[in-house]
Design a protein around this ligand. Sequence first.
Ligand code: COA
Length: 571
Amino acid sequence: MRILLVAGAYNSLTQRVHAELRDRRHAVAVEVTPHGSAVRAAVQRHRPDLVVAPLLKAVVPRDVWTACTCLIVHPGPVGDRGPSSLDWAIDEDVDAWGVTVLQAAEEMDAGDVWATVGFPVPRVAKSDLYRNEVSDAAIEAVLLAVDRFASGNYVPRPQSGLRQTVAARTRPYFGQAMRRISWHDDSTETVLRKLRGADSQPGVRDELLGGEWFLHGGHAEDALRGRPGELLATRAGAVCRATADGAVWIPEVRARRGPGLPRACKLPATLALADRLPSLPEIPAPLYPAEGHGTWSDIHYREEGPVGVLSFSFPGGAMSTGHCRRLLDAYRAACSRPTAVLVLGGSRDFLSNGIHLNVIEAAADPAAESWANINAMNDLVEAVLTTTDRLVVSAIGGNAAAGGVMLALAADEVWCRSGSVLNPHYRRMGLYGSEYWTYTLPRRVGAPMAKRLTEEARPVTAAGAQSMGLVDRVVNCGPQDFTAEVTRLAARLAALPTAQLRVVTKKAESERRASTKPLAAYRAEELAHMLRTFTAPEAPYHALRRAFVRKQDAPADFGSEGAVAARPADC
Ligand code: COA
């Protein structure tokens, strides 16, 4: 079928719907627009059989949906209506929710139902929930709806005729007034719920150290205590703040700017607050948290028999110089342990999206920070590539992009969850790329496919990635089960009689390769490209990065090779 996707942004869900429909051989065009009128023009241009809107805030004009079937993906069960469904679901602490594919109609979210799929709601941040459980349910519902439409004989059901788990109602926009934290009155549980519902956007507006900030992310702390609202400590860029009955870690904040000023970057809290932060103890995160230990750490290590699992979770998958160095230290510590298989990753949500563009943008010298960050990332990747005494498995629980995908490719085996979307390219940021991709990517998928992936800059589904050899195994499970499933599979790998032989062969093979072309040569060639880009103020990278971190449209004309429009092309 000819399907037109319309979306307010080419976000992960739109990318996944796009890639999944393409995998099923539909001819898919994408129109990224916040305006209903542009939908009309796109429909006239593409003349699709079906319009699907995975993420649309604009209203589809009446003349469009009367002329062509338009399916709207609503992140709520049948009966739920309004623009803040997930915010309300988290606020009400529901344990199950749904996604419904509705036909566009006069009243928003009130159209007939083509498909609806439920999902469990773990206590994770809204954006994590969206990229994982919501995304899985949305794909199931969209594919079902598309098949039903294609059958030609399915009649969508009016909402009134379906069993509803929530009363039919339109709930209002979930504004900052409802998110407000009262540090003196709110318990840790309440504070965490408010932070979860606002993460990653819009954050919770708050006053802190004489300024106005949006707080992003939140994790419980089980030991530190203090006067409610007081800052108690720092850890890995986060600040710990006392609640009415405990304390929470807040990893990132964003300054509130006045109207007309460009949007501030979301940054690690200690970096954003650096000029006003009082002297606070830096309490290092425990790398090996004890069972039941309730504090927060962005890097964890645990062992189960011959398997070591080094997991990490950085907001937005962005890895600053500091993140890379801390993870490298943890990786070296993990390699000093007597394990046969080391799993890198293995937690839900993003593995990595490469260098930290916000921290780079906020640096006094973004070129120098870009350089430091890519070198720190390369050091980490090199450590993985040169691990020859055990098998290393990268386990991608959610999405990964750019250098984050290449980090995964450094391992002996790459496993990813069935719902992952991978973007193994750098072009949308105007970068040549590094992380030894010129060594790993062609070796996995062949030179022609490597060229296609990096030049076309398209998202790839987990199944697509497996069929081209980018990943070795697709782990078919829900986001919450990924860690346990990966640990089980890694134990099975460690127990294989061939495991030890593989380690011996891998060592010999990497020595043979190094004698033909040492890893350092790949790194030097890639970094020469990167340095040219970083130090050329007119290089598209700088304007693209600025637009990305401020959430502005990418500049329309980048004026040089190496960058492509952020808006996806037809295909
Ligand atoms: N640096 C800083 N922040 C990043 C980031 C990076 N490399 N990659 C993603 N993020 C942030 C986003 O700004 C977003 O922040 P928000 O939640 O506050 O809005 C969050 O992480 C999630 O990303 P988002 O773009 O909403 O997710 P997505 O799943 O829709 O899209 C990508 C994922 C990877 C396609 C997109 O984020 C992207 O292009 N990232 C840049 C990748 C890159 O070029 N890295 C540098 C080269 S190594």
